[in-house]
Design a binder for this molecule. Structure first.
Ligand code: TPP
Ligand code: MG
Length: 672
């Protein structure tokens, strides 16, 4: 039964998949065993997380950078992590680098990362058990000593935590040789050392001998049950590895305590008149969440929380820093040995910590630059898969959602340029199970607050929120924002003039800058064509575009058709790559009339309007798009088109001459 369950079609996975009780780390994609372990240890003062690291895994980027996690472990309020680097010498097909350098070099390496390495080496099973047991004991005592000292003195400082380098043969105790090739102690032992057991009797015999070498008759009774004296060795209840509640974090999860997000609202008297930094009120909201949840909420960022205008958070909790301090750090450094904001320039390590923190039952928030969230593409993939599988397991209690704020976005890379323009993460997100992914593009500060409040309270999802950090026009009062976000997509009545009739065109948009340009386009069109009936639709919840049969947030076809019409032209101004909107809507009735603008990889050092013009998401291009697609304007609109084109040329020339956009265009507001 066991053999037909393990790694067998329809059975349980060969990795520590979500179906494996006691696991928070499948390890499918290698590289973040250590960061996951640290995530579990943070704010768990009594927890000791032992983590086995493959020597091949240790060559990956995420793992290599995660050794630095030791500088973020506060011995007073955090638990401990004991890494066990399994130097078995090989990967799938190659020796490992760390196994082929002298021990002295290894020792220097790990000391250099701040660890105190202990070596356990050999291949004599009985001796090795003793030696490993002794070393583990030394390490645990050392960990306790560090913790007791810090906790007694109340002074948190950097510690040289122990780690173990365990050098053993790969495929240890497996077949020594197969078909004349060395297997035990060589890469040939990786995963399936005997490939031909079905057709090759010699292989089958080797398999039998190998299995019998573990003397199952001494371990199991006639019916295949573990004998009572061995069973009695296992701990009981939550002490069992499989029943450890930290590895089924939803069981330990306590709901966040929330201040009322409405208290952080930006005052909006009239829509589209005043600008504000969209992320700044969110920073104040996060600050007070941190205040009310001092031991189970963390904020993560790759050196960017200030840059992303979330720095209000430091009023309540600083950035954890246990390494050396300099006098100048007192001047705006916002560092502290008991800070609860984690900043390190490794998106991998942050994401790993955050996942480990969530999977062991806590809450958090991660903000990162849009272009570089791609660094963790595959980690996002793995977590999404973990969540999707976990949803099918009734015994896994739901964990808090992973909330990812994507900011410093493509459209405002004024001095950074082309490398910082990449809104493609959303394309990746929509590949994943609709059961676990959400995408929000709030157009202003109040909608961002409403979305963030919703996301932080949720469980079981990855919530991706796209919002730029620069000053942007504010459109909605808090009440309007809540209504808009609740619907996820709506017609902006004050901007539309098709009430009671059919529109000539639908102007749709998603994202802060695209929304502003679409609004400005509506104003231009009104000037030139006062009778044109325009319906203005804004999308906050991107999955509203998808059919309801495909995503729980999807609109029914009937609702979609009534918003977007069955036959009128739709101009959709999108934050990301335009084809994503086609991908989400290709089955909708009016898809053939849908014309999407978005980022097309045109950019450099640009002013915001120049970048918009280059990618044709600007007000002039959108107005031209409308002229080209509304049948009555195709010919009549020629003169207006000329004027709009001239405006594009004029504003680009101005930008190249002065380095900024023409003030009247840059400071454009909705006509009062
Ligand atoms: C990031 C990543 N790259 C490649 C693989 C494919 N892969 C699976 S196992 C393995 C070798 C791992 O070697 P090691 O970490 O030393 O593990 P062990 O020797 O204990 O099997 C590789 C390359 C993977 N799972 N993840
Ligand atoms: Mg190995």
């Amino acid at each position: 039964m066991f053999f037909k369950d393990f790694s067998f079609p329809g059975g349980i996975g060969s990795h520590c998949t979500p179906e494996t009780p006691g696991s928070i780390h499948e390890g499918g994609e290698l590289g973040y065993s250590i960061s996951h372990a640290f995530g579990a240890a943070f704010d768990n003062p009594d927890l000791l997380v032992a983590v086995v690291v493959g020597d091949g895994e240790a060559e990956t980027g995420p793992l290599a950078t995660s050794w630095h996690s030791d500088k973020f472990l506060n011995p007073i309020r955090d638990g401990a992590v004991l890494p066990i680097l399994n130097l078995n010498g090989y990967k799938i097909n190659n020796p490992t680098l760390l196994a082929r350098v002298p021990n002295e070099e290894l020792e220097h390496l790990f000391k250099g990362y701040g660890w105190a390495p202990h070596f356990v080496e050999g291949d004599d099973v009985d001796l090795m058990h003793q030696e490993m047991a002794g070393t583990l004991e030394d390490c645990v005592l050392e960990i306790r000593r560090i913790q007791e000292e810090a906790r007694a003195s109340g002074k948190a400082s950097r510690a040289r935590w122990p780690m173990i380098v365990l050098r053993t043969p790969k495929g240890w105790t497996g077949p020594k040789e197969v078909d004349g090739h060395k297997v035990e102690g060589y890469w040939r032992s990786h995963q399936v050392p005997l490939a031909g057991v079905r057709e090759n009797p010699a292989h089958l015999k080797l398999l039998e001998d190998w299995m019998r070498s573990y003397r199952p008759q001494e371990l199991f009774d006639q019916r295949g049950r573990l004998i009572p004296e061995l069973k009695a060795l296992a701990p009981t209840g939550a002490r069992r590895m499989s029943a450890n509640p930290h590895a089924n974090g939803g069981l330990l999860r306590k709901s966040l305590r929330f201040p009322d997000f409405r208290d952080y609202a930006v005052q909006v008297e009239k829509p589209g008149q005043n600008a504000a930094e969209n992320t700044r009120p969110l920073g104040r909201f996060l600050r007070d969440i941190m205040r009310q949840n001092p031991s189970n909420f963390r904020v993560f960022g790759p050196d960017e929380n200030s840059s992303n205008k979330l720095d209000a958070i430091y009023e309540v909790s600083k950035k954890l820093w246990l390494a050396d301090y300099r006098p100048e750090d007192a001047d705006g450094g916002e560092l502290s040995t008991d800070g609860r904001v984690l900043e390190m320039l490794s998106e991998h390590t942050l994401e790993g910590w955050y996942e480990g923190y969530l999977l062991s039952g806590r809450h958090g928030f991660f903000s990162t630059y849009e272009a570089f969230v791609h660094v963790i593409d595959s980690m996002f993939n793995m977590h999404a898969k973990w969540l999707a599988m976990s949803e099918e397991l009734p015994w896994r209690a739901p964990v808090s959602s992973l909330n990812l704020l994507i900011t410093s976005t493509v459209w405002r890379q004024d001095h950074n340029g082309f490398t910082h323009q990449d809104p493609g993460f959303l394309d990746l997100v929509v590949n994943k199970s609709p059961a676990v992914c959400r995408i929000y593009l709030p157009p202003d500060a109040n909608t961002l607050l409403s979305v963030a409040n919703h996301c932080l309270a949720s469980t079981g999802y990855i919530n991706v929120i796209v919002s730029d950090k620069q000053k942007h026009l504010q459109y909605m009062t808090m009440d309007e924002a809540i209504t808009h976000c609740t619907k996820g997509i709506s017609i902006w009545q004050k901007v539309s003039n098709d009430q009671g009739s059919e529109p000539d065109v639908v102007m749709a948009c998603a994202g802060d800058i695209p929304t502003k340009e679409a609004l400005a386009a509506v104003v231009l069109l009104r000037e030139h064509f006062p009778n044109l009936k325009i319906r203005f639709v804004n999308v906050v919840d991107l999955y509203r575009l998808v059919p309801s049969t495909e995503h729980p947030h999807g609109l029914s076809d009937r609702d979609f058709d009534s918003l977007f019409t069955k036959d009128k032209p739709i101009i959709f101004n999108f934050h990301g790559y335009p084809w994503l909107i086609h991908r989400l809507t290709y089955r909708r009735t009016n898809h053939k009339n849908l014309h999407v603008r978005g980022y097309k990889e045109k950019g450099n050092i640009n002013t915001p309007l120049d970048l918009a013009i280059q990618n044709e998401i600007d007000r002039f291009s959108l107005a031209i798009d409308v002229i080209d697609r509304v049948p009555t304007l195709e010919v009549a609109g020629a003169h207006a088109k000329e004027i709009l084109r001239n405006m594009q040329i004029k504003s680009q020339n101005y930008a190249y001459e002065h380095g900024v956009d023409m003030p009247e265009l840059d400071q454009w507001t909705w006509p009062a």
